[in-house]
Design a binder for this molecule. Structure first.
Ligand SMILES: Cc1ncc(C[n+]2csc(CCOP(=O)(O)OP(=O)(O)O)c2C)c(N)n1
Length: 200
């Protein structure tokens, strides 16, 4: 890998959300990924994972398969993705054209005390994704590169994985810790769910 610039997750999340014009689903991993998604402005198509690491990509894959006409974006921290690398091979096998993955790589498990992850030393998460079979896996060079790479429709051309080296500024807001509310809003936002079951 050449040496990509360290960027800021909150700023890039805002930039990404501003590009969503077709009710794309966004699934953000636990902690900072979903704090910054929430800070960018709640949308009914946002899902904020709570509690368990490594599930943004698997959930996004499920949504992408269930609603193939909808663009789906997964936002996940490097530590969380390292916990569930097998999902990259599954995504490569299924090859959903409507799935985009952004990996926020700060090289640490920031929210639990900045313990170093393997990406700080030995592991290149984009190379791992490419090796898993996601051919369109790229490191983002800088903000303009991020902007350019996301200047596209999200319901076609995937799967695409972007690795972004970020600084260690913490997330800028706190997602409400209410799993039922998050689930019900998301199901409504995706136009799904049993009638009457989604009263939140
Ligand atoms: C399965 C599981 N293991 C451990 C934890 C504890 N934990 C919560 S967040 C976190 C760090 C997440 O790191 P990363 O995904 O890189 O995001 P960052 O905090 O750096 O933004 C850890 C270890 C957890 N919530 N779930």
């Amino acid at each position: 890998m050449s040496d990509p610039k360290r960027m800021n997750r909150a700023e890039l999340t805002k930039l990404l959300v501003a590009k969503l014009t077709r009710e794309e689903a966004v699934i953000a991993g636990i902690g900072n990924s979903n704090f910054d998604l929430y800070a960018a402005g709640h949308r009914p198509q946002n899902f904020y994972m709570l509690g368990s690491m490594g599930l943004a990509c698997p959930i996004a894959l499920g949504v992408a398969m269930a609603q193939p006409e909808r663009g789906v974006v997964a936002l996940e921290g490097d530590g969380s993705l390292l916990m569930s690398l097998g999902c990259l091979s599954t995504i490569a096998s299924v090859a959903p054209r409507n799935l985009t993955i952004v990996v926020w790589d700060n090289g640490v498990y920031q929210i639990t005390g900045k313990q170093k992850t393997a990406t700080a030393s030995v592991s290149d998460i984009v190379a791992v994704a490419r090796g898993a079979g996601i051919a369109q896996s790229h490191w983002v060079a800088d903000e303009a590169d991020f902007d350019r790479r996301l200047d596209r429709r999200f319901d076609a051309g995937g799967p695409l994985l972007l690795g972004v080296k970020i600084d260690d500024r913490p997330g800028t807001a706190q997602t409400p810790r209410d799993p039922s509310l998050i689930r019900n809003r998301f199901m409504k936002g995706l136009g799904t769910g049993r009638a009457g079951a989604l009263d939140a």
